[in-house]
Design a binder for this molecule. Structure first.
Ligand SMILES: NC(=O)CC[C@H](N)C(=O)O
Length: 222
């Protein structure tokens, strides 16, 4: 399993992401934003951070990075792409995923563990989990408030693109940022491009607070 982790100026979760995938047995390469070679991966990961300082909007400038041409081609050919937090924002800004990520309702940066419920597992990413499973994963964002128009949202439900929702420990809806339907993670129609605001790569060891991230990332190794 070969994973390429894209690094933009301001990315700050690249090393955690590399470490997490290596822990699961992957060979991981970094790819700098102005390169044009993805290094032949099985999975491309856009990690979290503050690409271009979040100027304009999170992900709005990274979208124009040279390497995004290759990421788009890779995704169009069916290659697997995962965007975590800022990476999710970049994928949305690049129109590889539907909707938009706007400022949290509170207008505050939120950093804490939060429960998530698996809404759909009929995809490679969440294939190690069951529908209804609850995981506890860190969130750390200022612009995680997911918005999408009603028609697109309906299509997303119909084609199993809504994957994860924020909830409390019992699975009841608990929305930290105002996202429509408390959505925390989605995929594209072809189920090869995934994005989520929470950070599975930060939940890989019980001594650091939890290892539910393993169950999530392991899906890509099937
Ligand atoms: N942890 C992250 O990737 C943060 C994403 C983005 N900078 C935000 O605050 O919303």
């Amino acid at each position: 399993m070969k994973v390429s982790v894209i690094v933009f100026p301001g990315t700050n979760c690249d090393r955690d992401t590399k470490w997490a995938f290596e822990k699961l047995g992957a060979k991981v390469e970094f790819v700098w934003h102005n390169e044009h070679d993805l290094k032949n991966p099985d999975l491309v990961v856009l990690p979290g951070g503050f690409s271009y300082g979040d100027y304009l909007r999170s992900g709005a400038i990274a979208r124009f990075s040279p390497i995004m041409n290759e990421v788009k081609d890779f995704a169009k050919k069916g290659g697997y792409v995962l965007g975590i937090c800022n990476g999710f924002q970049v994928l949305v800004e690049s129109h590889l995923l539907p909707g938009a990520l706007t400022r949290n309702d509170s207008l505050h940066f939120i950093s804490k563990y939060h429960h998530l419920k698996v809404v759909n597992n009929n995809n490679k990413f969440l294939s190690e989990l069951n529908v209804g499973d609850i995981v506890n994963i860190p969130i750390a964002h200022a612009e995680g408030n997911y918005k999408v128009d009603d028609d697109t949202l309906k299509k997303m439900y119909d084609s199993e693109q809504v994957l994860l929702k924020y909830c409390d420990e019992h699975g009841n809806e608990l929305n930290p940022n105002g996202s429509v339907d408390a959505i925390a993670g989605i995929c594209n129609e072809n189920k090869n491009v995934f994005g989520l605001m929470p950070h599975p790569e930060r939940a890989m060891e019980s001594i650091l607070g939890g290892e539910d991230g393993i169950k999530m990332l392991k899906g890509f190794f099937k």
